[in-house]
Design a protein around this ligand. Structure first.
Ligand code: NAD
Length: 286
């Protein structure tokens, strides 16, 4: 059985990831400053990731709880701009990610999957994207300190991969993470498409986000790679091509998009990771 440490396993995405990995045979350790939900199928130790000593222990073994870690899934972060002052967000997130990459390297853990963010694509798109569907091919365009932190972390991942060419550091650029309870609100977006223009009407079901993590963990890739992880559809009923023509008339489509197909391309994740999301809000909206 493979032992994986999940940072941020008490959070919104982390809870789904811990459950999914445990269901798929992983021995999961959740490290977080916040307590886990009751009954979570994982061991838990409270760890502050801004402290390199604590992270080093978390990735090598903590007392009699466990030792020997095969992989790390790093999700812990302040997950959006504005939740904390920008300097606090940058300090917490970038330092934590440095410590996870660095401690993993020292512990000989070469399988690292971590949460980047769709924001590096240029959200909230006050400057329109260069083309649509957006993909991983253009240079990152962070527009907030939160996003700048993710861009710095992607750059850090490239250097850690350069230092150890046998290592894998996969950054998943998650779209806006949704749980089933969130879907009741979705039909109301149709009345005002501007409410969700900021991420081109994208989202990711937390369970499909967890699937992407599993696919990334099990992939044979090496090096630092970034993947957009979004649902195959949008939050809207209006066809995506119509939304693009109306709100971004100067942004070219690089290929036809059908119906409510996502404008956040998941082609790379599909082809290189075998990401095959199956959950949609359309079965669940109230
Ligand atoms: N929620 C989204 O829509 C979204 C979108 C794109 C990317 N992401 C990224 O996905 C990841 C998970 O997001 P989420 O929505 O589950 O966030 P969340 O706030 O629900 O969970 C994050 C967890 O990280 C923990 N944490 C933060 N700083 C820590 C530290 N220094 N030490 C230990 N634990 C710490 C928190 O206690 C929390 O439990 C984050 O990296 C976030 O930036 C989220």
């Amino acid at each position: 059985m493979s032992r994986v440490v999940v940072t941020g396993g008490s959070g919104k995405l982390g809870r789904a990831v811990v459950t999914h990995l445990a269901e798929h045979g992983y021995d999961v350790v959740n490290v977080d400053t916040a307590p886990p939900p009751p009954g979570q199928p994982a061991r838990f130790t409270r760890v502050d990731l801004t402290d390199l000593g604590q992270v080093t222990e978390a990735l090598t073994g903590i007392d009699d709880r466990y030792d020997g870690v095969d992989a790390v899934v790093h999700l812990a972060a302040i997950p959006a701009p504005g939740l904390r002052p920008s300097g606090a967000t940058f300090a917490n997130n970038v330092l934590s990610t440095h410590h996870v990459f660095s401690a993993a390297r020292r512990a000989g853990i070469r399988n690292v999957v971590w949460a980047s963010s769709e924001t590096v694509l240029g959200l909230p798109f006050e400057t329109p994207p260069p083309y649509a569907p957006v993909d991983e091919e253009y240079t990152v365009r962070p527009e907030s300190t939160y996003s700048l932190g993710k861009a710095v972390e992607e750059e850090m991942a490239r250097h850690f991969a350069r230092w150890d060419p046998t290592a894998k550091l996969i950054g998943l650029r998650f779209s806006n993470v949704m749980e089933v309870e969130d879907y009741a609100e979705f039909p109301s977006f149709e009345q005002d498409p501007r409410r969700r223009i900021w991420n081109l009407w994208g989202y990711i079901d937390a369970r499909d986000g967890a699937l992407a993590v599993q696919r990334a963990l099990e992939s044979d890739l090496t090096g630092a790679e970034a993947f957009i992880v979004a649902s195959p559809d949008t939050v809207m009923t209006t066809p995506s091509a119509d939304l693009l023509a109306r709100y971004f008339p100067d942004v070219p489509l690089t290929r036809p998009v059908s119906g409510t197909e996502t404008l956040l391309s998941i082609d790379k994740a599909r082809s290189l990771l075998g990401f095959d999301p199956s959950h949609t809000w359309r079965n669940h909206a109230g």
